[in-house]
Design a protein. Structure first.
Lengths: 341, 279
């Protein structure tokens, strides 16, 4: 145990400034989240009549009593600022990868200390694992704090929704933030090990982490699309369907008359020009078709139901962690093979 | 030089870098246990490359290397347990104190003798709580040496540790090294491009030039082998064989004195260059 504490102390001192920077950043954002969550709660208690006018969701109140104008302006502005903080929570894992991951091995090579460490350690892989353990753990604990803070804030903004079965702000709260941190930090380590110089590694890691997670996101979008269900915006009778707020929107488009789904982009690529939509959500290719009552289809969306939220969180997290582990394996290969300076 | 049970060996070692430059070619070397061997040669002679192949930092293009009979490219862990290494620049961690470095060494190599290293540094009045960044170049080199000595490894490889030190620091460094090696019965290979730096400390000498071994012998034998009398050449202090079979005379002012080790090395480098040019 004392060995682990000694190693933690030494690891902290080797990367003190980066660690302090992320601690300050996370502490600031989390404090902001808690403050906004409390402020929104307090505002809600102050004027429940202004917020509860039409439905439980304040954004559904379309007719605003004059007495509530000032209050609602303040409330929505506060909510807007609060939602910006969740954007920071979304970006935090990638920032951790750049700030903590990329310099980790790069500085050892750049500064020549890898020569000392690799000549003392019997196994370079063992050294690598120990070298990244503390910093990765430290980063993940901070991300966990941020994830909890973001979850808390989301709950404060959407008090009537069951967040465990709701895709609202998917990826900006909860476990995915931590899991992406694993992937991003270890990708950063890989870039640093390959590049071997701190500043170029930091810059390259921005690109690599960005490209890697964009790729992951696009790949998961395809998987989601294959699993999504069709949800028309309007029933066959023309009545608007109940909009499922908790679902994950995978794509918007048209449910054709033969029951197929196509996005608007697909429609244009297939030669359709769905320019006309009537009040019942039916889509027509031309005004003549509109007059004739011959629609292409009707407005619809592909969704994944809110109850699948835990499943997608798990899947996204596993993918991010697997990417991180692959990066770690590659880092080990690089560290074994490369010169220390 | 034939050696029984060599602690450091190379067989037909050649190393070519990516840009196509041969740093080492056909190096056959056997180093016996005990004492300090100086590895000298000009800049870019391949000294660091040779040392780094033993540490496992440079992979041979051809041939093989062994540390205590172990090929570091087949069993890096086994080879490293026999080695203590001092890199060219001390390469200490900016954010760590001297004591932290000893802790780090202990973490990385459980057999590291922290008390021994601490004692060495205390003798030199290097405060354990000082940050590595605030130490002088000489003190940083001493910390690096103390870490290498603290491994209690039977073989020490020192890659130009004196290069950036002032004369006093160089002398102190060599004093500590000599004391430790003599006391522990270790084997040290110390590279330098300045012969006078290591002349007093070393027992054996390897001269490396243009990627080849030009000389490997004891210091006494190296000095004796090229001694000449003033009757052979009035102003020469030593002679060396030239590629065409003639002799190269090392003329240094008035003769009639034995060549210094520095001059012997100079002669080898000159004859080595002539051989390379002739080839």
């Amino acid at each position: 145990m004392s060995g682990a504490l000694t190693w933690a102390r030494l690891s902290f001192r080797q990367q003190k400034w980066e660690l302090l920077l992320v601690v300050l950043g996370v502490a600031g954002v989390t404090a902001g989240m808690v403050w906004f969550a409390n402020t929104l709660e307090a505002l809600r208690v102050t004027s429940p009549q202004c917020l509860g006018g039409v439905s439980g969701d304040p954004r559904m109140s379309f007719s605003v009593p004059a007495a509530c104008q000032a209050f609602l302006t303040e409330y929505y502005e506060t909510e807007n600022w609060a939602s910006n903080l969740t954007n920071l929570a979304w970006a935090a894992p990638f920032g951790m990868g750049v700030i903590l991951g990329a310099p980790l091995v790069a500085r050892e090579i750049d500064g020549g200390t890898a020569q000392l460490a690799w000549s003392l350690s019997r196994s370079r892989v063992g050294w690598l694992l120990r070298r990244i353990a503390f910093v990765t753990l430290f980063g993940l604990v901070l991300l966990a704090v941020l994830a909890v803070g973001s979850e808390l804030l989301t709950g404060a903004i959407f008090p009537d929704r069951t967040l465990g079965e709701d895709f609202v702000w998917f990826g900006r709260r909860g476990i995915p933030i931590v899991a992406r941190g694993v992937g991003a930090i270890l990708l950063g380590v890989l870039v640093g090990a390959v590049v071997g110089r701190v500043l170029p590694a930091v810059l390259a890691s921005i690109l690599v982490i960005g490209v890697a997670f964009t790729g992951i996101s696009l790949a998961l979008d395809q998987v989601n699309r294959s699993e999504a269900t069709l949800q028309p915006m309007y029933a066959a009778s023309g009545e608007p369907e109940q909009f499922d707020m908790a679902a994950l929107d995978v794509a918007f488009g048209i449910e054709t008359v033969d029951g197929e789904f196509m996005t608007y982009t697909d429609a244009f690529e297939d030669g359709f020009t769905p320019n006309f939509t009537d009040e019942n959500g039916q889509v027509f290719e031309s005004e003549a078709d509109l007059q004739a009552g011959e629609p292409i289809g009707r407005d619809a969306r592909l969704v994944i139901a809110g109850e699948k939220y835990p499943l997608l969180v798990l899947r996204d997290s596993i993918v991010a962690i697997l990417v991180g582990l692959a990066a770690l394996a590659l880092s080990a290969v690089v560290v074994i093979r490369r010169r220390p300076a | 030089m034939n050696v029984t049970n060599p602690v450091l060996e190379t067989r037909g070692l050649a190393k070519r870098y990516r840009r196509g430059v041969w740093a080492l070619q056909g190096i056959d070397l056997e180093l016996p246990a005990g004492g300090i061997t100086a590895l000298v040669g000009p800049n870019a002679a391949g000294k660091s490359t040779l040392i780094k192949t033993w540490v496992g930092f440079e992979k041979p293009t051809r041939g093989s290397v062994r540390v205590a009979g172990i090929d570091p490219w087949k069993d890096r862990s086994g080879a490293l347990t026999h080695l203590g290494y001092v890199p060219q620049s001390p390469a200490l961690y900016d954010g760590l104190s001297v004591e932290d470095h000893l802790d780090l060494a202990r973490q990385l190599r459980p057999s590291f003798d922290r008390e021994y290293a601490r004692g060495r540094l205390a003798q030199l009045d290097i405060p354990a709580d000082r940050g590595a960044r605030s130490l002088s170049g000489g003190q940083q080199a001493q910390v690096a040496l103390a870490i290498a000595l603290g491994t209690r490894a039977p073989i020490l490889l020192l890659d130009e540790p004196l290069a950036s030190l002032d004369p006093l620091a160089r002398r102190e460094f060599l004093h500590v090294l000599t004391d430790a090696v003599r006391g522990d019965g270790a084997t040290a290979l110390l590279s330098s491009h300045i012969v006078t730096d290591v002349e007093q400390a070393c027992d054996r000498l390897i001269v490396l030039g243009v990627g080849r071994i030009l000389l490997h012998d004891t210091v006494a034998a190296a000095e004796a082998a090229h001694a000449i009398s003033s009757t052979e050449h009035p102003n020469a202090v030593a002679s060396f064989g030239a590629p065409d079979g003639s002799r190269i005379w090392l003329v240094r002012g008035t003769g009639d004195r034995p060549a210094t080790l520095d001059e012997v090395v100079l002669g080898y480098l000159a004859s080595g260059r002539s051989t390379a040019a002739a080839a």
